[in-house]
Design a protein around this ligand. Structure first.
Ligand SMILES: Cc1cc2nc3c(=O)[nH]c(=O)nc-3n(C[C@H](O)[C@H](O)[C@H](O)COP(=O)(O)OP(=O)(O)OC[C@H]3O[C@@H](n4cnc5c(N)ncnc54)[C@H](O)[C@@H]3O)c2cc1C
Length: 446
């Protein structure tokens, strides 16, 4: 039962169950009191005011594709499902910007701006489903952030329904529409990546770019994971600028091959897939892969082939999901440390007897070891949890971070405390307390 008086409140248990968790299968989820699907900023304001008056926590939600439990319900909360606020309000080709509601799906925005010869670069692998609001709240990365940056680099301005020093339910406009601007503290950037803990994003002004030249794909197949890591380090050292540089290990390739039969060679231990936007970069990547010991390399000759060569990357996550619940890691290490980190992940998997499949935005040093456990095997889950913690420890020891792009959510709270230390954690808590003294916005996360 809920005391909230909002039109169209959802309380059906099956709907609430669906809306109570994201894709992080290992993160705990509570039971919401209700869910609400606002259609406008005013609806969000009404919901936040009602929650503040009744002391009900608010869990904002986009498409629920998060991998850290950030959108998971807390007991008795109101889930604010923003997927219906999905209007592209404006595309301003002259000033290279777009204004959107938070529920716009990333690929829908890409298509709409492409029709005007423009490009919105941030491309999380979840772009067919994830929302711009969720991307902003997690500061999502993706494949092309290696060259073009992450979501934060494209957020010019935000409308946010906040609490704290302004009363709960006040909508404020942060940031700007201009290319430059330094008035005041950069609260826009503070909100980007805040995982719904400081307010609800209701409108986003985004920077666009002119459409890029269609890239070529360069593939390298390696007999060892560490050789592939060396190829990444070599590409960086030689100053190459691929738009994406992705690594897929043997376990991922095998899962894709077993599912889709693409004809992947059985002796390939790791594959690198790069997008090159200039012939010089394509030549350089082929040379770097070869010099690092690639068994073979291939380079696309047209756009269709370029896309086809990337197929294994796109299919990896769903192929692995077929094998059992996945515990998804997201550590990021300095790029030069990739070969060492890959070797340590292999060693951790062997030591704990855990099957680990690794995909990586390798050019960024952002590794996604995916820990696979047979369904219903409790001992395997305990071993996977221990391996997960060891991977975090090794990444921190190499000067890395516990989360490169998926966010802290519920899965990385301990890791974040280890990474930031007590002084920085207490600064973070004072920001949260100032902006949300009632602790209503996504409590217990980040
Ligand atoms: C197959 C797959 C591939 C993925 N690949 C990538 C990748 O390459 N790069 C990457 O960065 N991530 C990736 N992800 C993770 C995920 O897609 C991103 O974190 C994405 O940004 C989440 O968007 P969403 O709309 O699903 O948000 P949700 O999962 O619904 O929410 C994510 C967080 O944002 C908050 N939130 C959502 N909307 C709002 C709002 N309007 N205001 C305030 N807070 C809000 C939620 O409370 C939660 O904390 C992947 C996930 C999957 C399943």
């Amino acid at each position: 039962m809920t005391t909230l008086d909002l039109p169209g409140l959802l309380t059906d248990p099956a709907t609430l169950e669906n809306l109570s968790h994201d894709e992080a299968e290992w993160a705990p989820a509570g039971t919401p009191a209700a869910a609400f699907r606002p259609q406008s900023t005013e609806d969000v304001q009404d919901a936040v005011k009602a929650c503040a008056a009744n002391g009900v926590p608010i869990v904002p939600r986009g498409a629920g594709t998060g991998l850290s439990g950030g959108a998971n319900a807390t007991d008795g909360c109101l889930v604010l499902d923003l997927s219906r606020m999905n209007r592209i309000i404006e595309i301003d080709a002259e000033n290279l910007l777009a204004v959107v509601q938070p529920g716009v799906v990333n690929d829908d925005l890409k298509k709409a701006v492409a029709a005007q010869g423009l490009w919105y670069p941030p491309d999380p692998a979840s772009s067919p489903w994830s929302t711009i609001g969720g991307n902003v709240a997690t500061n999502a990365g993706g494949l092309c952030c290696l060259k073009y940056g992450v979501t934060r680099d494209y957020v010019l301005g935000l409308e946010v329904v906040m609490g704290g020093p302004v009363s709960y339910g006040t909508a404020v406009k942060l940031g700007r529409r201009t290319n430059k601007g330094v008035a005041g503290y950069d609260l826009t950037s503070l909100l980007v990546g805040s995982e719904g803990t400081l307010g609800v994003v209701t409108e986003i002004t985004l920077r666009l770019r002119p459409a890029p030249r269609p890239p070529a794909t360069v593939v390298g197949a390696f007999a060892s994971l560490v050789d592939a890591g060396q190829a990444v380090a070599l590409s960086t050292r030689r100053g190459l600028q691929p738009a994406a540089l992705e690594l897929i290990d043997r376990a991922c390739l095998q899962a894709v091959e077993d599912w889709k039969h693409l004809g992947i060679e059985p002796d390939t231990e790791a594959m690198l897939l790069a997008r090159a936007e200039t012939p010089e970069d394509a030549d350089g990547l082929v040379a770097a892969f070869t010099d690092a010991g690639a068994a073979w390399t291939e380079r696309s000759t047209d756009s269709a082939e370029a896309e086809a060569l990337f197929a294994a990357r796109r299919l990896t996550y769903p192929a692995l999901e077929r094998l059992g619940p996945l515990l998804t890691e997201d550590v990021c290490v300095p790029r030069s440390a990739i070969p060492v980190m890959l070797a340590r992940i292999e060693e951790i998997g062997t030591r704990h007897g855990v099957q680990i499949a690794t995909i990586a935005h390798a050019g960024d040093g952002n590794l996604h070891p995916l820990l696979i456990t047979p369904p219903g095997d409790d001992n395997a889950r305990i071993a996977a949890q221990a391996a997960f913690e060891d991977i975090i420890t090794e990444a921190l020891a190499l000067g890395g971070t516990v989360t490169g792009e998926h966010g802290v959510g519920l899965l990385k709270r301990d890791g974040m405390i280890r990474e930031l230390g007590p002084d920085v954690c207490s600064l973070q808590q004072s920001v949260k307390h100032t902006l949300d003294p009632l602790n209503l916005f996504n409590p217990g996360k980040a």
